[in-house]
Design a protein. Structure first.
Length: 185
């Protein structure tokens, strides 16, 4: 992540088939997928465009902090491969927005390390990013549920992937998707 900068793909409304494909791409891309499901309590904004802008700023802030986390791991001589952040959220201007973030678990922790503590650390990064984009005036990340989807974990893969699908199916329609990732310069 060091010599590259981030690019946030603007959110796009998708139907059920495209949502399933988006989820499948995330699972296919990383053998160990870290998933964070949460609700953002949105501060008041005048227009839907203002809400969308706030959410995309949040995505960029999480991406920036992910890069900082990765760099710190690398400076400690720990492996931290690049990741693509995949986002799904219910697009509404309601006071709350359900959101799912999916990323490469190997960016956060190696396969040999227990993941519970690192998932809690990254949950804190998500909360801090939200406070940053709301100028510290809004404590609005509620109910973060971390989930690990491991393709090689026989017996639990289908259960975990099913939990992810249920969470996404419960979102307010239309559902939006975006990717925040690495762009070579």
């Amino acid at each position: 992540m060091n010599d590259l900068h981030s690019g946030a793909e603007a959110g796009n409304a998708v139907d059920a088939a495209n949502t399933r494909a988006f989820l499948q791409q995330a699972v296919d891309h990383y053998p160990r997928l870290a998933v964070f499901s949460f609700t953002l309590v949105l501060p008041y904004r005048e227009t839907l465009a203002d809400y969308r802008s706030l959410i995309l700023r949040f995505h960029s802030e999480v991406w920036q902090r992910t890069g900082e986390y990765s760099q710190a791991r690398q400076q400690e001589r720990k492996n931290s491969p690049p990741t693509l952040l995949r986002w799904i959220w219910g697009s509404t201007c309601a006071p709350e927005c359900q959101m799912v973030l999916m990323m490469n678990l190997d960016t956060l922790a190696p396969i040999t390390q227990p993941v519970e503590s690192v998932m809690q650390v990254f949950s804190g990064i998500i909360r801090d990013a939200w406070r940053r984009v709301t100028d510290g005036k809004h404590e609005g990340v509620v109910g973060i549920t971390p989930l690990v989807i491991n393709r090689s974990a026989q017996g639990t893969f289908a259960l975990r992937f099913g939990q992810l699908q249920v969470r996404v199916q419960g979102m307010t329609l239309p559902v939006m998707t975006a990717r925040t990732g690495v762009i070579s310069t």
